[in-house]
Design a protein around this ligand. Structure first.
Ligand SMILES: [Zn+2]
Length: 112
């Protein structure tokens, strides 16, 4: 079978759609990728792990890959937002340090 014939051959019934494969690779990258600071912003890296490298290859991502949407929502903080909390300004995704700060503020407001 030529390459062109392979390209246009019907897919086997158990073929995984490309969109599903990319969604899976993205889930793997975001869930297991290393959250690291790089050039002053949050990134995700493979840490040299072959499964993550494969996921990054599927996605066409550089290693490390920029991840600004994962940054703490505290003004000026670029740490990974590993926590979340309700605040006076709505729900915020924050780093551990700033979760403690929000909790301290909430306690201070209750004791005043
Ligand atoms: Zn923070």
């Amino acid at each position: 079978m030529t390459d062109k014939e392979k390209l246009f051959a019907p897919l086997p019934p158990d073929a995984v759609p490309v969109a599903d494969l990319k969604e899976f690779a993205e889930d793997v990258a975001y869930q297991f990728g290393y959250k690291i600071g790089y050039n002053g912003r949050l990134h995700i890296g493979t840490g040299g792990l072959s499964t993550l490298e494969w996921a990054f290859d599927i996605l066409g991502w550089d290693d490390p890959h920029p991840y600004p949407e994962g940054e703490c929502e505290w003004e000026g903080c670029r740490e990974y937002a590993s926590c979340g909390t309700p605040t006076a300004e709505g729900y915020k995704r924050v780093c551990g340090k700033h979760l403690a700060e929000y909790r301290k503020r909430a306690n201070d407001e209750r004791t005043i």
